[in-house]
Design a protein around this ligand. Structure first.
Ligand SMILES: [Zn+2]
Length: 88
């Protein structure tokens, strides 16, 4: 089984997730998604597009300010490579 370090929806490191991760339908911790994206086996924002997610994360990083602001652009671009957004 693949081990993920970051949420495969928004890219947030699980280390930064106050709950550690999201949860699957059976209540077990999700290995793929964080608690902001995924609860009880469902996405909290099921209709969000890749573009919207990138904008959302970019804004969040800008809000944090300081050094994180510098990463906002490249980090949000990296979101397109996460599992949730991969196109087959
Ligand atoms: Zn997430």
């Amino acid at each position: 089984m693949k081990i993920y370090k970051n949420c495969q929806s928004c890219g947030m490191p699980f280390k930064k997730d106050p709950k550690g991760s999201g949860t699957n339908a059976d209540g077990q911790p999700s290995i793929k998604y964080c608690s902001f994206c995924y609860e009880k086996g469902e996405f909290l924002q099921p209709d969000i597009t890749l573009q919207e997610m990138q904008d959302f994360v970019k804004e969040k990083l800008k809000e944090l300010g300081g050094i994180m602001k510098l990463f906002a652009g490249p980090f949000s671009k990296g979101i397109s490579r996460l599992e949730r957004w991969k196109k087959n």
